[in-house]
Each structure stands twice: as C-alpha cells, then as structure tokens.
Write a protein of this length. Sequence first.
Lengths: 213, 145
Amino acid sequence: MGLLTNLKDSISRVTDGLFAAEEPKRIGIYGPPNAGKTTLANRIARDWTGDAVGPESHIPHETRRARRKENVEIERNGRKVTIDIVDTPGVTTKVDYKEFLDHDMDKDDAVRRSREATEGVAEAMHWLREDVDGVIYVLDSTTDPFTQVNTMLIGIIESQDLPALILANKTDLPDSDVKQIANAFPQHETIPLSALEGENMDEVYTKIAEYFG
Amino acid sequence: MPEPTPNVDGGDAPSDDPVSDGESSDSGVRIDMISGARMQGLTSMEKIRLILDGVRDGNIVILEEGLSPDEESKLIEVTMTEISPDDFTGIEIETYPKAEASDQSFLDKLMGRESAQKLTVIGPANRIETLHKDENLISTLVSRK
C-alpha cells in the first residue's frame, strides 16, 4: 500500500513538474503613470497575437485595472517564450481628482476617475506582491527617474528577487535621455525603445526571451 | 477624520502619547520623529497605521529607520484605499536612494536580508513638496494647512 502511494506521489510530482514548466510566466508591466506601459503592452500583443490590450491616452491613469493578455508567444533566435502580459495602472502615492479637471472632465467624472485610479494602484501593488513572475519596468526617458515611486518599486521588485527588465521609453522624443535612466539604476540593464514608433523592439524581444524564458 | 492611533507600543498611558493624540497646531507644522526602537516591536500594519494617522492629521512623520520594501508596498496600497476627494489626496514620501546595499552588514548579506535602515520623510501630499533629491540630500518645502 505504502509502495503504491509512493509511486503515485512520484508520478504526480513528475506530471506536475511537466505542466508547471509549460505554464506561461506572468510578466507585469510596471512604472509610473504616463510612462507608456499600455503602449508597450499593445505593441507586444499586436506584434505576437494581433490583438491589443487596452486603450492608450495622454491623460494620467487611463489604465485603472490590471489587464492580462494571455499566452503571448515570443520567438527569438530559435527560442520560444510564452508569457502572460499584465498591463498595470501607473503606481503613485497620491491621486487628486482636481488634476483631471484640466483634461476636459467635469467634477463627477474626475472624482470617479480618481477613485478608480486609487483602486487600480492598490490592485497593481497586490499583483506585484502576489501574482507576477517577472517585471518589465517602463520609464519615460524624458523625465527624471530619481523619484520616490521608482526607488520604492525597484526596491520592492529586488526584494522579491523578481527578474526585472528596465525600459527607457519615448526615445523618439527630443528630450529623451537614456543615460539618465541607466545611471539611476546601475544594478539593472537599461534598454532604450520607443513603444509608440516601434523602435528597438527587436532588442526588447531578445531581452524578454533572455530574462523570462 | 481618522480614528486616533491606537497605543501600538503597549505603553500603559495611551492618552499621554504625543504621537497618538492627534494634536496639530494651525499655526505651525508638527513633525513626529519616530525612532527605530519605537517601530521595532510593531507589526507592519501597526507601523502603517501609525504613519497614516499622523499624516492624515497633517503632520510630517520622519522615520529613523524607514520601512522594508514589503511594508512600503503595503503603505502604498493602504494609502490608496484611504484617498477621498477634498479630504485626503495621499502621501509624499522620500528616502535616500539605495546606495548599492552599502549599509548591509556582513550577516545581512550572508542571510540575504535587506537592510531597511534609511531615514524616511512622509507627509500629506497637499502639504509637502520635494524640491531636490539626490543620494545625499533631500530638500522639501512644507506648507501650512
């Protein structure tokens, strides 16, 4: 009886291992608001599945729910990597509905958007602690990366030993300064790109395969 | 208004606790400097409550030893759940950028432990503004209510 149970357990462990190895890794796309996370998620999803993940906008907190695009198969140098992309709301420590009034919104819409934004940020933090296997951290290369949110989030990612790829986005803009991003986080490799224009996506996909494959 | 901070350190005279009585002067800015020793015996949620109750009363909270990455993550999450229009817009938080783990002891490195010892300033988002920040200096402007 004992032998049979042991055999059953062994078979179960082997089959579990096989299926676990095939399960796609959940890669969270994180960063501050308006860094281009959804533009990147859409670019990756369109390139490899033909679908988009969600709407893009210049208004902060357009993404207010974490959105998952499953089974994105990326092929690189004969290697195939299957990932679930999780596009997350931009992380911040403050949300003031008055900021949305500048974007042609009435007070009710602004208050509703700010409430949804706060829920989205809380949700993104929860995903980061519990539900992602790796992180693509997107930064706007035209802005100062030495912000507290960036410092804290990179610290949180590192403390969980999650593989992290830092992307310096918006290289199509004249004020882009990739070196500034690289200097801010020298312990990580920084890859420049323009998710909007599709610039340097080849290197991004090579790195995704390398980091998360 | 938030409830007063509970007597989280287990003292026997909660009403005398200057951090928890919520007093704040309209004519000035109150700063609570909380030692590492005081934070040491608290659970993560007790630390977060202590910070947020102070900040929601309009105070600036300075932590001698800061929070762990996991506690920072929970602080952001709880802050988000407490934001409400025309009342509380969130927090401004500043620490020195991590200097390549130079403050970790040999034992910490060996055990893979992250050192949380970093001076941290936290205040209401509508009253504190960071003017400059680098690895050695944090300069902030604090406004009155």
